[in-house]
Design a protein around this ligand. Structure first.
Ligand code: NAP
Length: 485
């Protein structure tokens, strides 16, 4: 923590209505690489969450009355500060979350890009005029902010999952309350400090940090003053929160779990496919919702791909994310390592073969070796479950129809990737994959200009792009009559 240059970014209180709120109890925030306690954070609960909702409600009228230009200028200030403090924000992120420092810097840039994007996109909330069915009427459509937005976010992207939501909400004229994951509150609080410096008014952006996920979650999903709830996290918790939102019929968007197929056809550029598989599988130690979960390789290139991929994986450097050159940091907890180890062990018992890795790493109890499994079938636990760790199961296939059936044979549909140079196949497979996002000869697909989101049990709604504002806007229809003389 001594490496943080601007120590005012290290906050340990919740940020409500433009001030920092202490509470009587505390919880520890630890470095997953070392187990060292980084700091203690004030443990907010139901009362503070209700206060934050009240602050957001009070701030709504003035914030939504500002012009999109005025809001955009403040958001642009926020973006500039994030970029100015990118190194410090990345240090905080690596220390509490574990991902390598270079990746953490990438996350800060990625999160900030949404703030920059929506600062501009808020100026393009266009309405509509519609020809009326009779001459004495006019039909006009306007778009208005939904109101107070509440959100709950996960630990795997402690900055970007908040930025993606808050940027669209603020640009639309909504006010915002977020409860970040208990394991990674510091990045969220640093964002609040910069929002204040940017001049974003009190009550517009609120952060409540506390361990009582269920209690605070009930406030954020059931409070009558909240118009919209947005969640990023597991499908299981997402389903529970959708149910809770039903009691007040909130507008809901959900960014939930994935099980991304990565398909390599016989006609693919194998070196490009290996590079793509490495990028989409091993960043954040495999702990992203769009991480490759199953690698399908056509039999004609199975040997070549497997050999080249194994060589690339074997070259990865594992260690503390703050150490230069490290590419694979710790997993978020030793429990997470247990979960991945069990998936590997159970699948090996069913016939999978360990080509590389396959066990915990000597770097510490939160580290798992980058692993490649072969002889995997689509019904093994390692293929059915979201792995959320640095393990690549390789599944062989014969033809296009067979691989499409296997790729789509799951309940979720977030991201999918495939490599092929046949233009006809590219269209058939892109259209046939039941996923919200498809990377074609490309594995890094997420950016502020593109609509991020899933289908099936991966959720609903989109973040980023011109579509990303829709989730924070209501359509209002105005019918003007009596126009005839
Ligand atoms: P999680 O267990 O669902 O937790 C996510 C958030 O929900 C955390 O803030 C957690 O709080 C909170 N939470 C847990 N139980 C709750 C309850 N009963 N009521 C209210 N809130 C509750 O998921 P995770 O393990 O942190 O994150 C990994 C999952 O997120 C994966 O499935 C991944 O695919 C998904 N994800 C999806 C996207 C996407 O854009 N689609 C992006 C990133 C991650 P605590 O921290 O206190 O437990």
């Amino acid at each position: 923590m001594q490496q943080i240059k601007d120590n005012q970014l290290l906050k340990t209180f919740s940020y409500i209505d433009g001030s920092w709120h202490s509470s009587e109890s505390f919880f520890n925030v630890s470095n997953p690489a070392t187990g060292e306690v980084l700091t203690q954070v004030c443990n907010a609960g139901i009362a503070e969450t209700e206060l934050a909702v009240k602050a957001a409600k009070n701030a709504l009228k003035k914030w939504s009355a500002k012009s999109a230009n005025e809001r955009g200028t403040l958001m642009r200030n926020w973006f500039n500060l994030m970029i100015q403090h990118q190194d410090d924000l990345a240090r905080i992120l690596t220390l509490e979350q574990g991902k390598p420092f270079a990746e953490a810097k990438g996350e800060i840039g990625y999160g900030a890009a949404f703030v920059e994007w929506f600062a501009e996109e808020g100026k393009r909330v266009y309405g509509d005029t519609i020809p009326a069915p009779s001459g004495d009427k006019r039909i006009v459509v306007v778009k208005q902010p939904v109101g107070v937005v509440a959100s709950i976010t996960p630990w795997n992207f402690p900055n970007a999952m908040i930025a993606r939501k808050a940027a669209a909400a603020l640009a639309a004229g909504c006010t915002f309350v977020v409860r970040p994951a208990t394991l990674t509150p510091l990045s969220a609080l640093a964002m609040a400090e910069l929002a204040e410096r940017a001049g974003i008014p009190a009550g517009v952006f609120n952060v409540v940090v506390g361990e009582d996920a269920a209690g605070m979650g009930k406030v954020l999903t059931q409070h009558p003053d909240i118009a919209k709830f947005t969640f990023t996290g597991s499908t299981a918790i997402g389903k529970l929160l959708i149910e809770q939102c039903a009691s007040t019929v909130k507008k809901v968007s959900m960014e939930l779990g994935g099980n991304a197929p990565f398909i390599v056809f016989d006609d693919a550029d194998i070196d490009a496919a290996v590079e793509g598989a490495m990028a989409s599988k091993y960043r954040n130690a495999g702990q992203t919702c769009v991480c490759t979960n199953r690698i399908f390789v056509q039999n004609g290139v199975l040997e070549e791909f497997t050999e080249k991929f194994k060589t690339a994986v074997a070259s990865l450097t594992i260690g503390d994310g703050m150490t230069d050159g490290v590419q694979i940091g710790p997993m978020i907890s030793s429990n997470a390592v247990d979960g991945v180890d069990k998936l590997v062990t159970d699948s090996v018992a069913l016939g999978a073969k360990v080509l590389l890795g396959g066990q915990r790493d000597s770097a510490g109890n939160t580290f798992y070796q980058p692993t490649v499994l072969t002889n995997v079938s689509n019904d093994m636990p390692i293929a059915r479950d979201e792995i959320f760790g640095p393990v690549s199961p390789i599944i062989a296939f014969d033809d296009e129809d067979q691989v499409l059936e296997m790729a789509n044979d799951c309940e979720v549909g977030l991201a999918a990737y495939f490599y092929s140079r046949d233009i006809g196949r590219v269209w058939r497979v892109a259209e046939g994959l039941e996923y919200g996002m498809v990377g074609i000869n490309e594995a890094m697909i997420s950016n502020a200009a593109a609509p991020f989101g899933g289908i099936k049990q991966s959720g609903s709604g989109r973040e980023g792009s011109k579509y990303g504002l829709d989730d924070y806007l209501e359509i209002k229809y105005l019918c003007m009559g009596g126009l005839n003389k």
